[in-house]
Design a protein around this ligand. Structure first.
Ligand SMILES: *Cc1c(COP(=O)(O)O)cnc(C)c1O
Length: 396
């Protein structure tokens, strides 16, 4: 059995998206900047993709910029807001401690340039309150950036309310919506969003392509100098096949969103229920206000990496918050932001479902994780100390 439960890392491309790409590698291969008919055919396709994508999020086509993905969109949105701000002498930015690194590292860079960054504390349930934003706003705040839904613990933020507060305070509001797209309703007007980042490979589109929505009138700073593509907001010949695949994937996932979300929530809750029977474990993030496909647990006395390897042997692809794979032994900054201590955060497991996940897979996963945790605890000296009372349990 092969079970892919790492859909927050990336998703399988849908057949619809693959089919939508093919003609633009085969027959319609012109450069959309070319004046001849081959170029114009590509330009028309590009315009149609922009229309479709803007319709999915309640925007206008000219407010959509194509980028290389979520990371680039986050970088460009934040840097653009910073440049706008500093022209007015505003150098204060509000964000949260559990953002994606594409946001946090961009903020670090601005901090070195002299910007002041306020990272809001996250409650233990992984959700920030709109009032926290209101309290943190200052006369020199130029940007609030708070993610729509968290990629590790799946919690959903009160985006429309935060946007409303920003609008009232005349401050730009950016949200990283990468995990939300295709799973949650997004409408930039209803939700008072000024800038929004999306990434195709998180909603069954191709990798290396994304979207930056910026409300009309917000000047974007280009990260890449060159030609006048994307209204001068991003130089370089457009990746038409990927853009067509992305548009098809977004339309498809938005159209089937409600049914898929209902089904995924049922399976998610079945998985949460099954894993919560493992003693000395805890669910990370709010139990209900979370993405339809996100499950994240900490197991006391467990190394996340060992658990991942055991699960992989059983055909289950999962993820752990601790980033040992990237060469550091630092546990997840998201789990630390929730107040989990290092030892507990190290024993985390993230399982993220897709529309294709079945009940059979969920039952097999509950059984496999339960057995793997039991096995690892059985050979762990730390666990022996906990059981013998030499050390105290942290999780009940
Ligand atoms: C995956 C992800 C990104 C990065 O997107 P890429 O397209 O891989 O650059 C940014 N933010 C969140 C929340 C993500 O999950």
């Amino acid at each position: 059995m092969k079970i892919y439960l790492d859909n927050a890392a990336t998703t399988k491309m849908s057949k619809t998206a693959i089919d939508a790409m093919y003609p633009y590698m085969d027959t319609v291969y012109g450069n959309p900047s070319s004046l001849h008919s081959a170029g114009q055919a590509a330009a028309e396709a590009l315009a149609e993709a922009r229309r479709q994508i803007s319709a999915c999020i309640g925007a206008s086509p000219e407010e959509i910029t194509f980028t290389s993905g979520g990371s680039e969109s986050d970088n460009q949105a934040i840097l653009s807001a910073a440049r706008i701000g500093e022209r007015k002498g505003k150098r204060h930015i509000i964000s949260t401690a559990f953002e994606h690194h594409a946001v946090l590292h961009t903020l670090n860079r601005l901090e070195k340039e002299g910007f002041e960054i306020t990272l809001l504390d996250v409650h233990e349930n992984g959700i920030i309150a709109p009032e926290q934003v209101k309290t943190a706003l200052r006369d020199d705040t130029c940007l609030v950036t708070v993610m729509f839904a968290n990629n590790e613990i799946g919690t959903i933020q009160p985006i429309a309310e935060i946007g409303k507060i920003c609008r009232a305070g005349n401050v730009l509001f950016h949200t990283d919506g990468v995990q939300a797209a295709g799973h949650l309703h997004i409408n930039v007007n209803e939700q008072n969003i000024d800038m929004l980042s999306l990434s195709a490979h998180k909603f069954h589109g191709p990798k290396g392509i994304g979207i930056l929505y910026a409300r009309k009138g917000i000047p974007l700073t280009t990260l890449i100098e060159g030609g006048a593509q994307e209204q001068g907001r991003r130089a370089g010949t457009e990746n038409i096949p990927a853009i067509m695949g992305m548009a098809a994937a977004l339309c498809e996932s938005c159209s089937r969103m409600e049914d898929a979300a209902k089904r995924m929530c049922l399976l998610r809750d079945k998985l949460i229920d099954g894993l919560s029977h493992i003693p000395h474990s805890i669910l990370n993030g709010d139990a209900t206000n979370r993405l339809p496909g996100n499950v994240n647990f900490c197991f006391e006395g467990i190394e996340g990496e060992s658990l991942l390897l055991l699960l992989d042997d059983r055909g289950i692809c999962a993820s752990s918050g601790s980033a040992c794979t990237s060469g550091s032994l630092e546990p997840s900054h998201v789990l630390l932001a929730l107040g989990r201590i290092h030892d507990i955060a190290h024993g985390s497991l993230r399982l993220t479902l897709s529309e294709d996940t079945t009940e059979e897979q969920i039952l097999y996963t509950v059984k496999s994780v339960t057995e793997a945790v039991e096995y690892l605890r059985g050979i762990s000296p730390v666990w022996r100390d906990l059981v013998s009372g030499k050390k105290e349990f942290i999780l009940r």
